[in-house]
Write a protein that binds this ligand. Structure first.
Ligand code: SF4
Length: 370
């Protein structure tokens, strides 16, 4: 579709939808869509990317590759110059190592390093080796010439499940080892590919990295709690909770807080952007959020345990109660645009909370919290 032959597998309509979605996610004014699209099409702006795998399940790459509408993975892979990716590249052995070496040399100081997986540090890092080199050594060498590092997924961001006590391999995230490079954490198990795409597009459009929160996450994607946009939020506010899997409240789509949902303490955009091009996310199919973007929640709090709600936040469509907070995050209009654009891009609108009959129902639980 594009003049320069990029994106052969995606039509112009889907391409523009994706650019609108990304621009909305980034909180950019509508007029910036054309600049984002132009940057995505410009072949000379394709950043070289080296993608390393360490202690992980490859679910982050799978999440990216399994997105099919509108061929998001093709868009991403056409937008970047993916010079090295152990599970995607055709080469292997010495040929692959040569490709890695050549790319690091040719693009020194300019490439983006993507890391998937935690890095084991115990016993000099012997618990993860690729091509005879420990993950620690490979990371250190690749990081030296990188312009910036994207830690893709919760394992690379914080260590993930591998780092949970007793942490037999001494697994850590990238930020624990690399201190002299910009690091963007895109946590999630798996992370949403749109968050990766938006980060890359922001970089190629503005030649700088997006604003990050205190955990190194892009604020455009991790600036609000999922609880603020959840389609079950009306049930939470009305005190209607599922109390067991398969009970009447669960089958009615009630709030999953009492089943351990970590949504009230989890910063992410899952409830807006959703997954699998099918407009779903765990809570929409009946499973509580496990807090996979939060280093202090995932695998450290049992799935069934309830989180304490220290900072209650209103549902996104409620009028703001404290105007002094205005400007701290995306405003409701931006939130709405994100929802609409993301819905359009994945082929469906954002699900709305179910309308319920007035008054209590059989099986409803009217305690808000315990
Ligand atoms: S507690 Fe979980 S299921 Fe309930 S409204 Fe919040 S995010 Fe949704």
């Amino acid at each position: 579709m594009a003049k320069d032959g990029l994106f052969p597998d995606i039509n112009r309509r889907d391409f523009m939808k994706t650019c609108v979605t990304v621009s909305a996610m980034l909180g950019l004014p509508f007029g910036m869509v054309s600049k984002v699209a132009a940057s995505a099409r410009a072949s000379d702006s394709r950043p070289a990317v080296i993608w390393l795998h360490f202690q992980e399940c490859t679910g982050c790459s799978e999440s990216l590759l399994r997105s099919t509408h509108p061929t998001l993975s093709n868009l991403i892979l056409d937008m970047i110059s993916l010079d090295y990716h152990e599970t995607l590249m055709a080469g292997s052995g010495h040929q692959a190592e040569q490709a890695l070496h050549d790319s690091m040399l040719a693009n020194k100081g300019k490439y983006i390093l993507v890391v998937e997986g935690a890095i084991p540090t115990k016993d000099n890092g012997i618990y993860c080796k690729v091509s005879g080199k420990t993950a620690m050594d490979s990371l250190q060498k690749a990081a030296e010439g990188a312009l910036a590092i994207i830690a893709m997924g919760t394992c690379a961001s914080y260590g993930g499940i591998q780092s949970v006590g007793p942490n037999p391999t001494g697994a850590v995230g990238v930020r624990d080892l690399v201190k002299d490079k910009p690091i963007i954490n895109i946590p999630g198990c798996p992370p949403n590919p749109y968050n990766f795409l938006s980060t890359v597009l922001y970089f190629v459009t503005f030649k700088k990295l997006p604003e990050l929160d205190q955990l190194g996450r892009p604020k455009f994607a991790y600036g609000r709690k999922i609880h603020e946009h959840c389609e079950r939020r009306a049930h939470f506010d009305a005190g209607r909770f599922a109390k067991a899997y398969g009970d009447e409240g669960h089958s009615q789509g009630y709030c999953l807080y009492k089943l351990g949902c970590k949504g009230p303490a989890t910063y992410a955009n899952c409830s807006v952007v959703r997954f699998n091009d099918a407009n779903v996310w765990p809570v929409s199919v009946g499973h509580p959020c496990i807090g996979c973007t939060e280093p202090e929640l995932l695998f450290k709090t049992a799935i069934a345990d309830k989180v304490q709600i220290h900072e209650p936040t209103p549902f996104d469509s409620y009028a703001p109660v404290d105007l002094k907070d205005k400007g701290k995050g995306p405003d409701p209009l931006t939130t709405g645009v994100i929802g609409l654009a993301a819905g359009a891009a994945v082929g469906a609108g954002v699900m709305m909370a179910r309308k319920l009959p007035d008054g209590p129902e059989k099986g409803a639980d009217h305690d808000k919290t315990e």
